[in-house]
Design a protein around this ligand. Structure first.
Ligand code: ADP
Ligand code: ADP
Length: 235
């Protein structure tokens, strides 16, 4: 099985709306970074939520086709089980889960997996070092820059130790310095080859160097093109 497989994925929120995405299929292998492009409203964020099982488990939307993460159909497992396979980073750098320190924030996810304390701390230290925030571990997340908050969100995802990482416009609200800092971290993750990565990003210049394949949706949510970065962006 590929790390991630989408097969003819269609999602609609209610009977007044169309399917967005509307029949999208692609695979992502571990070590691969896939960029998803398409106009606003074509279903990119909905696709990202489906990859995490939040569609249809947590959102009242109708989904056909299927998504598998490491061979598990997202409709066959609870979100708590899927959270061991897929971790998600959203666009809002202010999204914070707990009140406490940077370290508390990163520990929260692994703690909820009921892991031994030593492993929670080991994973959290590893993740914070990977994003350059270990020295800031006792700070309140509020005092971090926008880019720092997004690097913290990435650390929270890394600490879940999942094979799949989904990032929905992780730099949408950042200044150029924040964008550079986040892409330095994402470049390291891509180079390490540890994750199957799905990246939704409008800023092609920032992302292009680490992207292996590109998937383009059209305005109707259908798959327009997919292939290796150089082929897709040359055409
Ligand atoms: P983007 O284009 O940056 O992905 P959108 O403007 O499409 O963002 O959506 C922003 C947020 O509003 C998302 O969380 C989305 O789920 C929600 N949203 C978008 N359209 C609707 C809608 N018709 N009804 C309810 N929520 C919506
Ligand atoms: P994108 O991320 O490509 O901008 P979205 O996945 O956010 O697209 O939205 C896809 C379609 O679904 C849009 O028509 C949007 O208005 C609609 N939509 C998104 N979220 C919701 C929601 N929570 N409820 C109803 N409609 C939604």
């Amino acid at each position: 099985d590929p790390a991630l497989r989408l097969s003819d994925l269609r999602v609609r929120y209610d009977e007044r709306t169309e399917n967005r995405p509307n029949g999208v299929s692609f695979d992502v292998a571990r070590g691969e970074v896939v960029l998803v492009l398409g106009p606003s409203g074509c279903g990119k964020s909905t696709l990202a939520l489906a990859l995490n099982g939040l569609v249809p488990h947590a959102l009242a939307a109708t989904m056909t086709g299927f998504v598998t993460v490491n061979g598990i159909r997202t409709t066959d497992a609870p979100v708590s089980r899927l959270s061991q396979e897929v971790a998600m980073v959203f666009q809002d750098p202010d999204a914070q889960i707990v009140t406490g320190t940077v370290l508390d924030e990163v520990c929260f996810g692994p703690e909820n997996l009921l892991l031994p304390v030593a492993e929670v701390l080991e994973r959290s230290e590893h993740a914070l070092r990977a994003v350059g925030l270990w020295e800031r571990r006792l700070d309140n997340p509020d005092v971090l820059s926008g880019g720092g908050k997004q690097r913290l969100a990435i650390a929270c995802a890394l600490a879940m130790d999942t094979p799949i990482l989904v990032l929905d416009e992780p730099t949408a609200n950042l200044d150029p310095v924040g964008i550079r800092d986040v892409y330095a971290v994402l470049g390291d993750i891509a180079a390490a080859g540890t994750h199957a990565v799905v990246l939704i990003e409008h800023n092609l210049d920032a992302a292009i160097d680490l992207v292996d394949r590109v998937v383009v949706l059209d305005g109707d949510g259908a798959l327009a093109v997919s292939g290796p970065t150089r082929e897709v962006l040359a055409g």
